[in-house]
Design a protein. Structure first.
Length: 390
């Protein structure tokens, strides 16, 4: 993940204008690249949008495939790019369109106080003062290039990538949607896959999924397929989403929920009363299964087999996958290279959207990233992300 800090200013508004943009490693704060450039006579707002665009271009050049957070002290730009404010001024519309085109899927926008945006502001002022112009690579590109004419041995060690990967080829992007609530969800009952009591969506669950479907509608043209686990509540959710996106529903049994066996349909209190020893032996364990059910390792095996089938069938495309808590968490763990134990540290809301991308392997190395997690449409309960295209 990288952070873009961007700013812009005009001495006169309108007047001589410039922007500043900084690209940083989100984990270490290390500066990867920066840009400070004049843009002639313009307003403050045009300069600020120009800084955003410059920062997104830095990310495209120096951190392809990385997740992006943009931090700016311009509330106007942050709110407009987040989709909460309308873009009314004609000078802003083409700039916002270009920024949206450049922004990777799942890009988020954060307002910060001016005091926290001094680096980008300094670059803009240096450009206005004539002491700098253009891009400077402060850190390193994701893959270091050899010096011109430098001979390289075939077995030379690869250049370090400073924690990033340099993806090659087109990604297969999965827009993972958890089903809406059911009567079991509301009552906090164990609710498994095909061998379970298999409840359908409640009225609240259908409303949740409709809101999510409306939120996904702008990406309809880019969606290759809508795939669901063959469980009733996911099929019902997928049908609502597929109708909104103009697609048919395909099924993938690998993405069904964990089977809870004898616990299915029971509350935690009821399981504690009937099988306390079994419950205590299951909590926090990957290889232990309820009687007649599946372990997390069992689920992982079939979920990843399902993932392989989807990647083969829809390579390089965007697919909406309607599934359940455990399969979605398992896919996220795989996407970020986390151990399966990570599923115990994730929470997932009903009808939420999580986005992961998988690139073709390079030299046997998996290339993948998480681009959005547990997001709900603005105004709905739960976390509301920046509104952006995936």
């Amino acid at each position: 993940m990288v952070v873009i800090e961007a700013d812009g200013g005009s001495r006169g508004n309108p007047g001589p204008a410039a922007y500043g943009a900084v690209l940083k490693d989100a984990a270490t704060g290390e500066v990867i690249a920066e840009d400070g450039t004049t843009i002639g006579v313009a307003t403050n707002n045009v300069a600020e949008y120009s800084g955003l665009i410059a920062g997104l271009r830095l990310a495209e050049e120096f951190a392809p495939g990385a997740a992006v957070e943009v931090r700016m002290d311009s509330q106007l730009v942050v709110e407009q790019m987040s989709g909460r404010w309308k873009i009314k001024h004609p000078d802003m519309r083409p700039l916002a369109t270009e920024a949206k085109r450049l922004a990777p899927a799942g890009t988020t926008y954060t307002w910060v106080p001016r005091e926290q945006n001094k680096h980008a502001d300094r670059l803009a002022n240096e450009a206005l003062d004539g002491t700098r112009s253009g891009v400077t690579a402060v850190g390193a590109a994701l893959v270091d290039e050899p010096e011109t004419g430098e001979a390289q041995e075939e077995d030379a060690a690869p250049a370090p990538n400073r924690g990033f990967f340099a993806p090659q080829g087109s990604p297969t992007t999965l827009v993972l949607v958890r089903h809406g609530v059911t009567p079991h969800t509301a009552a906090k009952r164990f609710s498994g896959g095909l061998a379970s009591s298999n409840p359908g969506l409640s009225d609240e669950g259908r409303a949740q999924v409709r809101a999510t479907a409306d939120w996904l509608a702008p990406i309809a043209e880019g969606v290759d397929a809508v795939i669901a686990s063959p469980v009733r509540r996911t099929l019902e959710s997928a049908e609502i989403i597929a109708a909104r996106l103009g697609r048919e529903v395909e099924t993938e049994p690998g993405f069904a929920e964990m089977e809870f066996g004898s616990w299915d349909g029971l509350t935690l209190a009821e399981v504690t009363e009937r099988d306390q020893a079994g419950l205590e032996g299951w909590f926090g364990k990957l290889d232990t299964a309820p009687h007649g059910g599946e372990s997390f390792r069992d689920v992982e095996e079939r979920v990843l087999a399902g993932l392989d089938r989807v990647l083969d069938t829809h390579a390089g495309r965007t697919v909406v996958v309607v599934s359940h808590v455990t399969p979605i968490k398992t896919l996220v763990a795989r996407a970020i290279g986390a151990p399966l134990e990570a599923v115990f540290r994730m929470q997932l809301s009903p009808a939420s959207v999580t986005v992961v991308s998988f690139w073709p392997e390079v030299d046997g190395r998996a290339q993948s990233s998480m681009r959005l997690y547990n997001a709900r449409p603005p105004g709905e309960d739960g976390f509301s992300p920046a509104a952006s295209a995936w």
